[in-house]
Design a protein. Structure first.
Length: 77
């Protein structure tokens, strides 16, 4: 019985974990076009770079949009 409960708990955790990861937003800048955008995954390639102050991770898209307005390289375009 305990094994079933433990297995069920692990399965619930495994399916809900990706939902928690979506609560991260980054302000990034395209290296070629210099255009800033908001993404929900940290960039892993070299075509974009995180430009938010100190690599800030925002908890909502609205927060990221407000943060993007304060990033100098994003507002100078």
């Amino acid at each position: 019985m305990k094994l079933r409960i433990a297995t069920a708990a692990l399965m619930v955790a495994a399916f809900s974990l990706p939902a928690f990861a979506a609560d991260e937003f980054y302000v990034v800048q395209d290296v070629k076009t210099k255009k800033c955008t908001i993404v929900d995954k940290k960039p892993t390639d070299t075509s974009t770079t995180v430009v938010s102050p100190s690599g800030t991770i925002y908890k909502s898209r609205t927060e990221a949009e407000s943060g993007m307005k304060t990033v100098k390289v994003c507002t100078s375009n």
